[in-house]
Ligand binder design. Structure first.
Ligand code: ZN
Length: 126
């Protein structure tokens, strides 16, 4: 996949050399996190160094996108975007990924209940 494909698919995102890998992953239906080859920790977002040991031996690594919902809110307004309908609330979640305690991502959520989720409910990242 090319840089032009990423720019075309995400025109409202300010892309750089670091987050470009993240968006390329989304186009491949992969959620990428930073993986440190020095200490083994994973972190988000993609950065040139590990926040745990400061090693520069980091690279993007796909994760499942499954985990525990820590925060779920429904946005009822926001910037216009194709295919986004705010009328029923647009789900936004902070999810602790199953791969590592404390590894969290924030994203729109799919397959989540509209009612308040019960403790330990899981969602898939969209
Ligand atoms: Zn590290």
């Amino acid at each position: 996949m090319t840089d032009e494909a990423v720019l075309e698919r995400f025109p409202a995102v300010r892309l750089d050399h670091l987050n470009k890998q993240y968006y390329l992953g989304l186009l491949r239906h992969e959620l990428l996190v930073n993986h440190c080859r020095a200490c083994g920790r994973m972190a988000t977002p993609l950065r040139p160094i590990c926040p745990s040991c400061w090693s520069s031996q980091v690279s993007p690594m796909p994760v499942s996108g499954r985990g525990t919902v820590h925060l779920l809110t429904f946005l009822h307004q926001g910037p216009p975007a194709p295919g986004v309908d705010y009328s029923g609330g647009f789900p936004l979640a902070a999810i602790e990924l199953a791969e590592q305690p404390g590894l969290r991502v924030e994203a729109t959520a799919a397959a989540c209940p509209k009612a308040a989720p019960k403790e330990r409910d899981t969602c898939a990242k969209q």
